[in-house]
Design a protein around this ligand. Sequence first.
Ligand code: NAG
Ligand code: NAG
Length: 208
Amino acid sequence: MKLALVSTLVLATSAALCASAYQTLLSNKDLLACYDFTSLYSDPTSAVTDPEKYESQFLDQFCTNPSCSADVFNKAFTPVVSACGADTYGGAIADIIVRFYGPIKGASCLKNSTGGYCIIESTEKLTPYENANSVNDIPASVLCTTCNKAFVGISQAIVQQNAAYLTALGFDKSAYDAQIALISSKCGADFTTPTSLSNDNTSNYRRT
Ligand SMILES: *[C@@H]1O[C@H](CO)[C@@H](O)[C@H](O)[C@H]1NC(C)=O
Ligand SMILES: *[C@@H]1O[C@H](CO)[C@@H](O)[C@H](O)[C@H]1NC(C)=O
C-alpha cells in the first residue's frame, strides 16, 4: 500500500542487490538536483525522533521540485534495470520506478483536506492494523477514506493496464482481485474505480 519513494530508495540503496549499479545513482547529478537523498544518511536521528516531519520534508522537496521529472528518473534508473536484469528484485524496483514514475509521484504527493500528505495519513491510520490478514479486519472508518480511495484508484489503473507485466514479476492478481472485491463490498463499488492516469509524467502531478 505504501508507495513512498523514500523507502524504495533506501531499500534499493541499502540492499546488496545490484549494488554497483545503484551506486551510480549516488553520483547522478540530475537526480541529486531533484533530491539529495544522500542526506538521508547525514541526519539519521531526525528520521528516528520525528519520522513524520522527516518524511513530510522529504515529500515537500520531491513533490514541488521541478527537477524531479520523469526524464531524470528514466535516465537514472534505466541503466540500473539493464545492469540488474528486469527479472531480479533490484532490477524490478528500478523498472517499476521508470515505468510508473507518474503514478508513483502522483500517489506520493497526494494531500488530504488539511494539507497533510495522504501517504502519511494512511500509514498512521493503518499502522494498528498492519498485521490484519484481510481488509475485512480493518474498520470502514479507517479503510474507506478519501486518501485510500485515491490510492486504490491509482493502483487499480496500474494493475489493469499492466497485468501481464506485474504477473511476470510474481504479482498475485487473483489475491489482489479478492482484496479489491472485499474493499468494494465494504466501501462501495465506486471506491475501487480506476483513476485515469495522467500521461504528463513531467509535471508535478500534484492533486489535493
Ligand atoms: C514518460 O516519460 C518517458 C521519458 O522520460 C517516456 O519514454 C514515456 O513514454 C513517458 N510515459 C508516458 C505515459 O507518457
Ligand atoms: C492529513 O494528513 C496528516 C498527515 O500527513 C494527518 O496528521 C492529518 O490528521 C490528516 N487530516 C485528516 C483530516 O485526516
